[in-house]
Design a protein around this ligand. Structure first.
Ligand code: PEP
Ligand code: MN
Length: 381
């Protein structure tokens, strides 16, 4: 059924010029001056296609700033009048939809905390019945493709055709460098279901920190995303929400200039897109391998702590032999040579020992400590 959806491709939406579509503006509309100045400075870069600002903010904890509410919609209208930029805001209830439409907001987006909730999605879809507006649907907070698909289908059934998706990453209980895990494969799977669906990456909410914006944006470009939604603020450090991840309009402009966009030569389009797809799969697997290794080392460190508490040595040969034997058996069933398994396991094991040494003997994180662990793994062979 999904493949039959007749979603309008982004090129026919009549916003933006070339790829990537850039949506930018503050996490939250705070004051009239902040909104206007951000918009004017963004428009001056000539690189922004849509101005965003959160009017109603879903916050994890109460007593955080929850947005200025409807009052801010006047400012968005003024942005459009003064800069000509189409405007976008998040809607989470039917009231938000009616209010935003009343003030001529061009693009509505549905936030990650709303996409997870079919009741809320249906309420919004009902409010959108018969309206011609552009709608972006952010991925649900939890990594569940079907919820994302279901939200898109509800909006589609309301008659909206200019539908896009925003990939803002998925929350994880474990602490990780990024605020939200990208899990790129989920967005790629969504695109495979709906080939015409515009796919926008939101590196601000994935990374959670300014320092990660460029790398995540570049990755999205390499994966052929249609655009980026990046939060910007005239004074990021004093923003009322999401201060660590916002950049000034001028920094945003620099970031966009640094992006490398691959040109697709029309003759070779099929070839290039196949190769890109395969390469992006390789990148995803490599990222996953690194994530797994990071987590494996974290577990090794925890084991190190237990061993330390119970006065047990780092190396337990029986356990190691068991791991090697099991991996050799499994590996050969998967067509992986025993040499490869042996090299990779030794390297992983050695790194685990380095991590455990660090935990068990703090001062061993020097050359001597590493030398010691080399020695240990040589004995183990
Ligand atoms: C936002 O865009 O500011 C926002 C609240 O996003 P998300 O729904 O992705 O958390
Ligand atoms: Mn935000």
């Amino acid at each position: 059924m999904e493949n039959a959806l007749n979603i309008e491709p982004l090129k026919n939406w009549n916003i933006g010029k070339d790829r990537p579509l850039i949506i930018s503006g503050p996490c939250s509309a705070e004051t009239e001056d902040q909104v206007m100045e951000t918009a004017i400075r963004l428009a001056a870069t000539g690189k922004v296609d849509v101005f965003r600002a959160g009017i109603w903010k879903p916050r994890t904890r109460p007593n955080s700033f929850e947005g200025v509410g409807s009052e801010g919609l006047k400012w968005l209208k003024q942005v459009k009048q003064e800069t000509g930029l189409p405007t976008a805001t998040e809607v989470a209830t039917e009231k938000h939809v009616y209010e935003a439409l009343k003030f001529g907001v061009d693009v509505l987006w549905i936030g990650a905390r709303t996409t997870v909730n079919p009741f809320a999605m249906q309420e919004i879809a009902n409010a959108l019945e018969g309206v011609d507006v552009m709608v972006f649907i952010k991925n649900p907070i939890n990594p569940e493709l079907e919820l994302w698909v279901g939200a898109i289908e509800r909006i589609y059934k309301a008659g909206i055709r200019r539908i896009g998706a925003i990939h803002r990453g998925f929350s994880a209980y474990e602490k990780t460098a990024f605020r939200n895990q990208p899990r790129w494969q989920i967005a790629i799977d969504l695109r495979q279901r709906f080939p015409d669906l515009a796919m926008i990456c939101d590196p601000s909410h994935i990374g959670g920190k300014r320092a990660y914006l460029l790398d995540i944006s570049q990755e999205a470009m390499d994966l052929n995303y249609d655009g980026l939604m990046i939060e910007s603020h005239i004074d990021p450090d004093n923003a009322w929400s999401d201060k660590a991840q916002q950049v000034t309009p001028e920094k945003l402009s620099e970031l966009i200039d640094q992006l490398v966009l691959r040109s697709v030569v029309s003759d070779d389009a099929a070839f290039i897109s196949n190769i890109d797809e395969l390469r992006s799969q390789i990148d995803i697997y490599d990222d996953q391998l690194l994530d797994l290794l990071e987590r494996r080392m974290q577990v090794a460190e925890t084991i190190g702590q237990y061993k330390k508490q119970h006065g047990i040595t780092i190396l337990q040969s029986n356990r190691w032999q068991e791991i090697v034997n099991k991996a050799m058996r499994k590996g050969s069933n998967k067509g992986l040579s025993s040499e490869f398994i042996s090299i990779i396991l030794k390297a992983i094991h050695q790194e685990s020992i380095v991590h455990q040494m660090k935990v068990m003997n703090d001062e061993a994180v020097n050359d001597a400590g590493i030398e010691k662990s080399n020695h240990v793994s040589v004995i183990m062979k």
